[in-house]
Design a protein around this ligand. Structure first.
Ligand SMILES: CC(C)(COP(=O)(O)OP(=O)(O)OC[C@H]1O[C@@H](n2cnc3c(N)ncnc32)[C@H](O)[C@@H]1OP(=O)(O)O)[C@@H](O)C(=O)NCCC(=O)NCCS
Length: 234
């Protein structure tokens, strides 16, 4: 059955959260952080956050549906910052209430690492301009970035091109506005991002044995440089 890409609306959010939980059900960090099944109160908290996010003009939720059934099988959430943001906006500390049953220490450690790296690479223009990719090339980001926050496909619908459609959408927006894209890649998404021209800038390693898990889990911070020919690398 063909897949269709479209913007998601508020009514789609409960299903989108279900896709998110299903896609990450086997992820080792997720399994340490969040209880399964998800307690209803935790689901409601996530839904409230998603509702706040979807009304933010900098946030784009895109969905992929089966054309015949209308079922949402995949979605992505992007922050697309077309304008410079003041430091008090990108550098503010947010204490999140993760909800019932969450291992708060693992969640704070993991999301703290992601936030610190995101700020390091993508905060203000001076940081962006200092950016050096793994190939030693400097990337000039005179424009503010797009940031991938979530990209998830239901396990039964993976490897059908839904993730590719969602990435293609943001790559086209980024090219239109001359923006770089930043993301933290899970091992499942890494190859797909490389195909879209993302380059490794740093790895985040988390030793899961500290919390009774197995081994070290690696997230790659990646950037797709500006593909706009009007913006020259420095
Ligand atoms: C990462 C993820 C979002 C990819 O979504 P997806 O819908 O499977 O993505 P696609 O189908 O477009 O591409 C996935 C792979 O299938 C391949 N593919 C795409 N269409 C295909 C088809 N019709 N037949 C066979 N393979 C296909 C792609 O080339 C890609 O291969 P690669 O992994 O070797 O690069 C999905 O695996 C997922 O949700 N994982 C768990 C959550 C997660 O880790 N999310 C990423 C967070 S950064």
């Amino acid at each position: 059955m063909p897949l269709q890409l479209a913007p998601a609306g508020e009514a789609d959010l409960p299903k989108i959260l279900e896709v998110q939980y299903a896609a990450f059900a086997q992820d080792p960090i997720n399994r340490l952080m969040f209880p399964v099944p998800t307690p209803p109160s935790t689901f409601e908290k996530s839904l409230d956050r998603a509702r706040r996010d979807i009304s933010n003009p900098d946030v784009a939720f895109m969905k992929v549906t089966e054309t015949e059934t209308g079922e949402i099988v995949s979605f992505a959430k992007w922050y697309i910052y077309k304008h410079q943001r003041p430091e008090e906006e990108w550098n503010k500390e947010e204490k999140r209430d993760w909800g019932e049953g969450t291992n708060v220490e693992v969640a704070d450690t993991f999301f703290g690492l992601l936030t610190r790296n995101r700020r390091k690479f993508m905060a203000g223009e001076p940081y962006c301009c200092k950016l050096v990719t793994s190939r030693g090339r400097r990337i000039c980001t005179k424009r503010c970035p797009a940031v991938l926050n979530l990209l998830d496909t239901l396990p039964a619908h993976q490897r059908r091109g839904a993730g590719t459609k969602l990435l293609r959408w943001c790559a086209d927006v980024a090219d239109q506005y001359g923006l770089p894209i930043y993301l933290e890649a899970s091992p499942a998404g890494y190859h797909l991002y490389r195909k879209f021209g993302f380059e490794d800038v740093e790895n985040i390693d988390m030793d899961l044995t500290r919390w009774g898990g197995v081994g070290t889990h690696r997230f790659a911070c990646m950037i797709r440089p500006v593909h706009d020919s009007r913006v020259q690398p420095i």
